[in-house]
Design a protein around this ligand. Structure first.
Ligand SMILES: *Cc1c(COP(=O)(O)O)cnc(C)c1O
Length: 425
């Protein structure tokens, strides 16, 4: 089994003779053992198995294994949300007093997590432009820098990251590159093939794809050699007193240390666990991801071209357009498509945008993207309504900006919906 579509359908779970064809939902908080010693071995991480769903559950593990195979990693875990995945991915190797570098073109929730909440925990971030040069990136490193973070295709700015460049600079400075690969999914881009070390996902988006279950995932490439920098990554390379003195890199190798630590310590203490039923729903989404993502991209590109040619539209941003500033990066990293999300501005600014949105019939107003059903958001009158035009501009959101996520409907109907709404403006 080698190609991505086959992994989407059959990865992670191979039933034995007489076992269920679909992955079973193990809706149980706990697991029964014959002796305390049996359970003790699991607690000590000496044997594989399940004892409590906060730490691990078979249904979630089948789905994590599928995502691991899709990304080409060595170990993976699911989390209760995409935010939880980003938090654990960073917090697993950053503690109070540490520093990391992040692209500034990232999801708003992640930006706030990094700039505000992690700061309160004593972890400092330096934001850099996704278009920063190697020299500019190198200047951001400090002795206590532990990682570099970015998004393949940023939500909502749609900037494309030069993964190879970011990975090179991170590695030259002895730290891993963590990539949030939510928008392309491993169907359209596998960051490990370009040097990234750890990948995170908001599975809430295209992976689920039906607006059913909030969730996240973390995948390790198993390539970053923590043991080369034991003083930088003591949590992985020195004994964990909270786990009977286990040294994760010694016991689980560089392929397994990072995820084992994240489960054994962070899931244990923070409990950002996915519900087994949500993992099952996510798997249903994954089974058709490779088929759906093509249609999202086809609709995204067709509608971006339609909008670009429309005189009532002031500007269009979509990485797949020939006019995109990121065209060369798209050709390199995303030759099969980018995503179904398009940003654009409407002639007439905030007022016109508001009227336009009200007139849409098929495309619904939601703070969501990557759903089977098309949806849109006008930040200036919704999520960012308390900001003035000047304040909006300063955070990269123009008053006329509309973010539209094209779903799986027929593109002719989506075009007709936009056309009739524009007539009302
Ligand atoms: C939505 C999103 C997140 C956060 O995911 P949740 O499941 O909503 O917590 C993180 N990163 C990206 C790129 C996203 O689009």
């Amino acid at each position: 089994m080698s190609l991505i579509g086959t992994k989407c359908v059959q990865g992670g779970y191979t039933p034995k003779n007489g076992e269920p064809r679909q992955i079973p939902v193990i809706q149980s908080t706990t697991f029964k053992y014959d002796t305390s010693e049996d359970m003790g071995k699991l607690f000590d991480l000496e044997a594989n198995g399940y004892f409590y769903t906060r730490l691990a559950n078979p249904t979630s593990d089948y789905v994590a294994k599928k995502i691991c195979e899709m990304e080409g990693g060595t170990a993976a875990m699911l989390t209760s949300s995409g935010m939880a995945a980003s938090f654990l991915a960073v917090f697993n190797i950053c503690s109070c007093g540490d520093h990391f570098i992040s692209s500034s073109a990232i999801y708003g929730g992640t930006f706030n997590l990094f700039a505000v909440t992690l700061k309160r925990m004593g972890i400092e971030v330096t934001f850099v432009s996704p278009n920063a040069t190697e020299e500019e990136l190198n200047k951001c490193f400090k002795p206590n820098t532990k990682l570099v973070f970015g998004e393949t295709v940023a939500n909502p700015s749609l900037d494309v990251l030069d993964i190879e460049k970011f990975a090179k600079v991170a590695h030259e400075n002895g730290v891993p590159l963590i990539i949030d690969n939510t928008f392309p999914t491993p169907v359209n881009c596998r960051p490990f093939e370009w040097g990234a070390d750890i990948v995170t996902h908001a599975t809430t988006k295209y992976m689920d794809g039906h607006g059913s279950a909030v969730g996240g995932a973390i995948v390790d490439s198993g390539k970053f050699n923590w043991t080369k920098y034991p003083e930088k990554f003591p949590g992985l390379c020195t004994p964990d007193e909270s786990y009977h003195g286990i040294t994760y890199t010694e016991q689980f190798g560089i392929e397994g240390a990072y995820i084992t630590k994240a489960v054994a310590q962070l899931m244990r203490d923070l409990g950002v666990t996915p519900a087994p039923m949500n993992a099952f729903l996510l798997n249903l989404g994954l089974e058709s991801l490779h088929v759906r993502i093509k249609k999202h991209c086809e609709n995204g590109l067709a509608l971006a071209k339609y909008l670009e040619a429309n005189p009532k539209i002031a500007w269009v941003k979509y990485p797949g357009l020939d006019s995109s500033k990121d065209k060369a990066l798209v050709d390199k990293y995303l030759p099969n498509g980018t995503c179904g999300v398009v940003s654009f501005g409407i002639v007439g600014g905030r007022e016109a945008a508001s009227k336009f949105m009200k007139s849409l019939k098929l495309i619904a107003i939601e703070t969501h993207v990557a759903d089977a059903r098309s949806c849109c958001l006008h930040p200036a009158t919704a999520t960012h309504r308390q900001l003035s035009d000047a304040e909006l501009e300063s955070c990269g959101v123009s008053p006329d900006l509309i973010r539209m996520s094209f779903g799986l409907e027929d593109k002719e109907d989506l075009m007709a919906d936009i056309e009739q709404a524009l007539e009302n403006v």
